[in-house]
Design a protein around this ligand. Structure first.
Ligand code: NAD
Length: 324
């Protein structure tokens, strides 16, 4: 049996999901695609049905499961449409652009009584993060005390506002830090450099671990995500950014990827396989709609904290039993 998948949004991320589904995922076939740009859809169709309206794709009898990779502001309503149709979805991060919209999605899934949504926080499937977590959980560096995160992009597009460094980029660190430490965040403090880029965010977990993050949207030299976990007896951190080292024009070293696609290629592939398997087995994988809500709710409060100089107490609602 193969799973009939529809893909909504065929930009940088959607095209990569489409490629992974077609070339690297077993037991699936892409039956329908949708993009606001009809030319883009036509270019990528390869026999899949092109459907102009994302809601029509979700309702289509030819689609059993949906990948949502359209812009952030579309996610919540499309995720709710998937829940209404009873179809599983891999929804790109962030789940929504406001905590209230994210909560609407959670409430819809709770009403349904079963988990159909996986949020595209793919770092949970990245081999480096997975190994760091295994080492920490195995007690090999002692109790974690600090997690240092670095999130640098080569260049942000013009439309990327200061708040989006938090709501679109830093949400990854919110999610991966909660997952790595298995802890909820309690407070946040924001320090912005002059001009607003980079931004430094320090969070404390409810157990008192410190999570520091630099988000630098215009670091120029390349895409660079790094994490170091400091324990009472040792540390674990990511190693080199690529698998090879070059000697070239008086330079020795690694190349930096231009964006997230090469850096997280394995994570996206493993995430997709886990999503398909979760639909086959009925056992949810990855970040849940609740995790998506928490990341968006914290991001929203961090954006408010950017305007002040105080440490902010983070407020998150009670986790519904569906996500225990
Ligand atoms: N998980 C990750 O690492 C990661 C990385 C990058 C982007 N993302 C997320 O993926 C999503 C897409 O990002 P991107 O970089 O591919 O953006 P993009 O701008 O390259 O692509 C977005 C595509 O969606 C299409 N679109 C716009 N509105 C639409 C609609 N209503 N219905 C269908 N298609 C629509 C556009 O025509 C475009 O082709 C964003 O939510 C982004 O935050 C996640």
């Amino acid at each position: 049996m193969t799973l009939a998948v529809g893909v909504i949004g065929l930009g940088v991320m959607g095209a990569e999901h489409l490629r992974i589904l077609r070339e690297e995922t077993a037991r699936v076939r892409v039956t329908a695609i949708c993009d606001a740009d009809p030319e883009r859809s036509a270019q990528l169709a390869q026999g899949a049905k092109v459907i102009a309206d994302p809601r029509a794709l979700i309702r289509s009898d030819e689609v059993e499961a949906v990948v949502i990779a359209s812009p952030d502001a579309t996610h919540a309503d499309l995720a709710i449409a998937c829940l209404s149709a009873g179809k599983p979805a891999l929804c790109e991060k962030p789940l929504a652009t406001s905590a209230s919209d994210a909560l609407r999605v959670v409430e819809k899934e709770v009403e349904l009584g079963r988990r159909l949504l996986q949020i595209g926080y793919m770092r949970r499937f990245d081999p480096a993060y997975v190994e760091m977590k295994q080492l920490a959980v195995g007690g090999q560096i002692g109790a974690p005390v600090v997690l240092h995160n670095t999130h640098r992009n080569a260049a942000a597009p013009d439309w990327f506002t200061g708040a989006m460094a938090v709501t679109n980029s830093f949400v990854h660190e919110i999610d991966i830090s909660r997952w790595l430490l298995d802890a909820e965040m309690a407070t946040a403090f924001v320090h912005q450099s002059s001009g607003g880029d980079p931004v430094f965010i320090t969070m404390e977990t409810k157990r008192g671990e410190i999570v520091s993050t630099e988000v630098f949207m215009n670091a120029h030299y390349g895409y660079h995500v790094h994490a170091q976990l400091v324990g009472r007896f040792g540390t674990v951190q990511m190693a080199q950014p690529s698998d090879i080292v070059t000697n070239k024009r008086s330079h020795h070293g690694h190349f930096w990827p231009v964006n997230w696609v090469p850096r997280f290629r394995n994570a996206y592939r493993i995430q997709m396989a886990a999503w398909v398997q979760s639909i086959e087995t009925g056992c949810p994988a990855g970040a849940s709609a609740w995790d998506g809500y928490v990341a968006t709710a914290i991001a929203e409060q961090v954006v408010i904290a950017m305007k002040g100089t105080q440490k902010t107490k983070l407020l998150i609602g009670a986790r519904p039993a569906l996500y225990a």
